[in-house]
Design a protein around this ligand. Structure first.
Ligand SMILES: Nc1ncnc2c1ncn2[C@@H]1O[C@H](COP(=O)(O)OP(=O)(O)O)[C@@H](O)[C@H]1O
Ligand SMILES: [Mg+2]
Length: 271
């Protein structure tokens, strides 16, 4: 299975959904949700998905220009075509008093230019829609596959939770065994002294949390992301398709090396 097959035909999209959708937030068993971040689920009807997709197509034709004029267009589009969605988001956001992180059940719009510039904490429907509409690729891809496969789309607002990058770890479960833990942010060779300073505590916090995750999880093979919180249990951020599926980034591992290690990039050790 690969990402290109997913948008090439209905059969490809359906195969992709079979592999990936069990990890989507809307398909989690409640016990898994209890290990994660408090969320509100919002249905995104087909008509709204198609409006978003139409916007992406027109954006690629550069209909909206760039810079300020694109931002104005974003507001107009949201007002004209996505007013219902904006109102629903505003209403749901009342339950998230510190703001929320917005994502689809499948993935998040973390490739949003607007989010990167102004932050991803959304406090109103207008900002949420701006984040969605400025996703470079992820939102368009995920919506296209869902529409092609005839699958419903859900969005989630999740309680805003500050997560320092060093505290994020990608973990691997194969055959219901913990088969690896990796530093999550590794691109660019980023090293975190904090991980080195807390190596033993991090490993043991994840190892003692693991049985709770394993017992709550509906999948035998899965990639799962955690935020380390010191003495408290780590919090589950999300789950991703099997480490063996080719659909998930294995961070500092290669498939054949998933043997239970804890991997992170070590800084130079001073003598
Ligand atoms: N509730 C939240 N509050 C703040 N930041 C979050 C929250 N949830 C996730 N993040 C950050 O956003 C990133 C992407 O979110 P995630 O749910 O993992 O979606 P994706 O599937 O796009 O990786 C995470 O790696 C984390 O750094
Ligand atoms: Mg993630």
């Amino acid at each position: 299975m690969n990402f290109a097959d997913a948008t090439s035909s209905r059969a490809g999209a359906q195969a992709f959904m079979r592999a990936a959708s069990p990890t989507f937030l809307e398909n989690w068993p409640p016990a898994l949700g209890r290990l994660s971040i408090r969320s509100t689920k919002i249905r995104l009807p087909d008509v709204e998905c198609r409006t978003l997709l139409r916007y992406f197509r027109r954006r690629d034709l550069n209909v909206f220009g760039c810079g300020k004029s694109r931002e104005v267009s974003l507001k107009v589009i949201a007002k004209e075509n996505l007013e219902g969605l904006r109102a629903r988001l505003d209403k749901c956001l009342c339950a998230h008093y510190r703001g929320a992180y917005l994502r689809l059940g499948s993935r998040s719009p973390k490739d949003s230019a607007y989010g990167k510039r102004r932050g991803f904490r959304v406090v109103n429907g207008q900002k949420a829609i701006s984040v969605l509409l400025t996703s470079r690729e992820r939102v368009r891809f995920d919506l296209s596959v869902s529409i092609l496969a005839d699958s419903p789309v859900y969005m989630f607002l999740r309680d805003w939770t500050d997560i320092a990058p060093w505290r994020e770890f990608r973990c691997f479960m194969i055959g219901r065994e913990l088969r690896g833990i990796s530093q999550y942010h590794y691109r660019g060779g980023q090293q975190y002294n904090e991980i080195m300073d807390h190596e033993t505590e991090i490993r043991s916090a994840i190892a003692s949390f693991f049985p709770k995750f394993r017992d709550a999880c509906h999948l035998d093979d899965v990639v799962f992301d955690l935020a380390y919180r010191g003495a408290r249990d780590p919090i589950l951020i999300e789950i991703n398709p099997s480490p063996l599926s080719g659909l998930s980034d294995l961070c500092l591992f290669e498939r054949e090396h998933l043997n239970g290690e804890f991997r992170f990039l070590r800084g130079a050790v001073s003598s």
